[in-house]
Design a protein around this ligand. Structure first.
Ligand code: ADP
Ligand code: MG
Length: 298
């Protein structure tokens, strides 16, 4: 099992005023899956996504990411996991204003200490993947919402994370741009074999996923309990997965590595929403990259 959540609870606040946002969630996700997490506002979807993405920790329960006990890791180890293996896309895009598309995509690669030339190459490839060639030098405030979200996707996938989290990625977009974004996510899942969890409350967008799990009041909606563990039955292509697993072990166990030190010194100084996780693999990125061929819509 790629991702296994057992009895996850999350409290916000303390004592009398503590609010229980997650009430014992059990959820499985296999490599290659594309899961739509749905449910009413306030039901705990973002809380769940933030825990899955190692941006936050649960109050109790167990989270296994490819066999790694996430809550047993310290803050820096979790940051390492996030930077190497997890990508994020948010409803509000979260790009740096007055900064070019290329610079936005390069930023997390810079945090990871990837050298200038390689960084630029990886970022250009990612922008091309989302159909933004020609837009590299445009600053984010000059781009449309749909284009900004595509820059955010490029930033999240620049070095092919294993797991992509998208929290209402089409929430600020009209139907046409939303469908463009969904087609890109679908392509990332089928062609790049990236496992995806997407939060959405639009049924039309959820159709792009392999399965739906609905939240209700801090837990899986009882009608979707079977679906929540159905991930156990979904088998994606495991080639990329097997390769990456050993690299993750190395990254996490080698605490003296330059990378590990680099992460340690930069983690506390950066906005966590910009801390998308990326996997450094120059051999991989040197290969030619498949390209998503969407037409730019004006
Ligand atoms: N940082 C926080 N502090 C206190 N309460 C929070 C915080 N974040 C979320 N909540 C509460 O937890 C519940 C679940 O929120 P959230 O996970 O954002 O739901 P969703 O994404 O499904 O709309 C809501 O009642 C929300 O008000
Ligand atoms: Mg939310």
């Amino acid at each position: 099992m790629f991702i296994e959540l057992t009895n996850i609870t999350k409290y916000y606040g303390e004592g009398e005023s503590a609010f229980k946002a997650l009430k014992g969630v059990n959820l499985n996700i296999n490599q290659g899956d594309f899961l739509a997490l749905m449910g009413p506002s306030g039901s705990g979807k973002s809380t769940m996504a933030n825990i899955l993405g190692c941006l936050d920790v649960a109050s109790s329960g167990k989270y296994l990411f490819d066999g790694v006990d996430v809550f047993a890791l310290n803050r820096n180890e979790r940051a390492l996991l996030r930077r190497f293996y997890i990508g994020f896309i948010f409803q509000g895009f979260n790009l740096l204003p007055r900064t070019t598309a290329l610079e936005n995509v390069e930023l997390p690669l810079l945090y990871r200490g990837i050298k200038k030339q390689e960084r630029k190459k990886m970022a250009l490839e990612a922008l091309e993947m989302v159909g933004l060639n020609g837009w590299e030098t445009h600053t984010s405030n000059k781009l449309s919402g749909g284009q900004q979200q595509r820059v955010a996707i490029a930033r999240a996938i620049a070095s092919k994370p294993l797991f992509l989290l998208a929290d209402e990625p089409t929430g600020n977009l009209d139907t046409k741009r939303s469908l463009e974004i969904m087609n890109i996510l679908k392509w990332l899942n089928t062609d790049l074999k990236i496992t995806i969890l997407m939060v959405t409350h639009e049924a039309e967008m959820a159709k792009f996923a392999h399965r739906e799990v609905h939240f209700l009041d801090g837990n899986i909606d009882p009608r979707y309990l079977a679906n929540a563990t159905a991930g156990a039955n979904y088998r994606g292509d495991s080639a990329l997965y097997a390769d990456s697993t050993s690299k993750m072990d190395t990254a996490i166990n080698d605490k003296d590595s330059a990378l590990s030190k680099n992460v340690t010194t930069t983690i506390d100084s950066k906005d966590s929403t910009l801390d998308s996780a990326f996997k450094v693999d120059s051999a991989e990125s040197a290969k030619s990259t498949p390209t998503y061929t969407a037409k730019e819509s004006k």
